[in-house]
Design a protein around this ligand. Structure first.
Ligand code: MRU
Length: 500
């Protein structure tokens, strides 16, 4: 790359200019394509430093330490880990990105968004610079302008009236919304899969807790405490496999415990719950975008990518995990054709993945679940990427029923099998996939379709919603902290250390 300063000189030196910048192919071609990615990034970061702050690392560190908000601190750690990985730095001396993530100037320019989201935007902008530089070495033309794949379907949203959900049971034929005004209604929409997908379930539950606090007739925090437990228990009982649900509820519990210790008034508790749920929402989108950036490298420059179920914007607060990786690849100019397993019995692939990818103009073909082997044999699939509901400490992955079969097929055909999931899906307290609870869904999902009975009366039915793919079939796990490789027990521990 020609140099960070040169890039910034062309772009202007202000954070808001930079965030708003679209990096065009021409600028990329003017850059030195021989430069290595890490070296290029180093220069870009140096450019940031000079152009935006002119401060020393020590000053940045000091600035970061001023942030009391644990979410900000968490994001700062994430930023440090990411920067270190990209730069291959052996010591945690690189704090520039962290400083950027929490700088008030950036926060002002992107109102309401958490530091994590701001960080993701900065990171993506940085990566776009690098991608632009690399573009012509990849010899790919971009069918989609960088940054154009928003993937921002309004899956769930906190509103003054309650939590608004896009009703996924009705898609793709009807785009209707339901508004949950009570935590009991939130529990209901999770059970009935109006909202589904592990990260979306987690954030929904957090918003449910916030609604529960809003509903209470208690007058003090202490009076509210037993009710808080009941709210958490009801929400935790909705779906057993997606660990993000428990992760989100535990986070609300930790917040409540802290507020109680501090003697916070109930009004403060109510507001803090809303703020926490909104932070989770923003962090989820940020994590998806970062996963998209990491995972894009792993996708073929051209060819078929198979996915199972829906791990997209509809399963998260936006952009998606597995579909975020596909979006990231397409945004970089990779010519991807998605093959979406229909995903019996709830048809998340046929109804939801197909719908949201088509909305983004990504070429998509739906296949019945039993067709994947044949397509792989014909050489139509170059990679598989799926989401996860829970990843055990040894790297075993629980995901939608049928994922295990896809993983075995991929191995047989020599096709890489990737899992994309946020860190909140990793459950290091569960040693192996054997211990992951698998949800059994109602038989009617199998016996009926569109209100019509498909099977004879009285026949035996099984309907496990998930299966476990042993770690040995997983080529890599894409997280917002980086890409994990086998042996997963070790790489998980190492990744945890890098960012904490
Ligand atoms: O039963 P669902 O539709 O909630 O199952 C969803 C999945 O299996 C997804 O792959 C998983 O939750 C990851 S979503 C980013």
């Amino acid at each position: 790359m020609a140099g960070g300063d040169a890039v910034f000189g062309a772009r202007g030196a202000h954070a808001d200019d930079f965030l708003g910048a679209e990096i065009g192919a021409d600028e990329g071609q003017a850059a030195d394509p021989g430069g290595q990615r890490a070296a290029g990034l180093k220069e870009v970061f140096a450019g940031f430093h000079v152009a935006l702050q002119g401060k020393t690392d020590a000053q940045h560190k000091h600035e970061i330490q001023q942030h009391d908000d644990p979410v900000d601190k968490g994001q700062v750690r994430m930023a440090q880990g990411r920067a270190l990985q990209m730069l291959g730095e052996p010591t945690p001396k690189f704090t520039l990105l962290s400083g950027l993530a929490t700088r008030p100037v950036l926060r002002e320019n992107i109102s309401r968004l958490s530091a994590g989201r701001v960080f993701a935007e900065v990171l993506l902008a940085v990566e776009k610079l690098t991608w632009a530089g690399l573009k012509w070495t990849q010899n790919a033309t971009a069918p989609v302008e960088p940054g154009k794949l928003e993937g921002m379907i309004p899956t769930l949203e906190w509103t003054p009236d309650g939590v608004r959900f896009l009703d996924q049971t009705k898609l793709p034929l009807e785009e209707t919304f339901v508004v949950a005004t009570t935590y009991q209604q939130v529990a209901d929409v999770i059970v009935t899969m109006v909202v589904r997908g592990a990260p979306a379930i987690g954030v929904s539950a957090a918003m449910g807790v916030a609604l529960g606090a809003r509903q209470t007739e208690a007058e003090t925090t202490e009076e509210f405490a037993p009710e808080f437990e009941r709210i958490c228990d009801l929400l935790a009982g909705t779906r057993p496999t997606a660990v993000n649900l428990f992760w989100a509820i535990d986070r609300m519990k930790a917040l409540f415990a802290k507020l109680r210790t501090e003697g916070a008034a109930l009004a403060q508790v109510k507001q803090a719950f809303v703020d926490e749920a909104l932070s989770m929402y923003d962090e989820d989108i940020a994590a998806c975008k970062i996963m998209g950036a990491y995972g894009a490298d792993l996708m073929p420059n051209e060819g078929g990518v198979l996915t199972h179920c829906n791990a997209g914007a509809l399963a998260t607060c936006g952009y998606g995990t597995a579909l975020g990786v596909i979006r990231g690849a397409v945004e970089r100019g990779k010519r991807i054709h998605v093959f979406a397993d229909e995903t019996r019995p709830f048809l998340q692939g046929a109804r939801l993945t197909a719908w949201e990818l088509m909305a983004d103009g990504i070429p998509t073909t739906v296949l019945c679940d039993n067709m994947a082997a044949s397509l792989m044999r014909q050489g139509l699939i170059q990679a598989v990427v799926v989401g996860a509901d829970r990843i055990a400490a040894n790297g075993d992955v629980a995901n939608k029923i049928g994922t295990y079969a896809v993983a075995i097929l991929a191995r047989e055909h020599g096709i890489p099998f990737y899992v994309a999931a946020p860190w909140s899906t990793i459950d290091r307290a569960t040693a192996t996939g054997e211990q992951i609870p698998i949800e059994e869904r109602p038989a009617r999902e199998v016996t009926h379709h569109g209100g019509k009975q498909l099977t004879p009366y009285g026949v035996g039915i099984c309907n496990p919603a998930f299966d476990v793919t042993p770690a040995k079939y997983v080529t890599g796990i894409i997280t917002e902290r980086g890409v994990l490789r086998a042996p997963y027990a070790e790489s998980l521990s190492a990744m945890e250390l890098v960012v904490s």
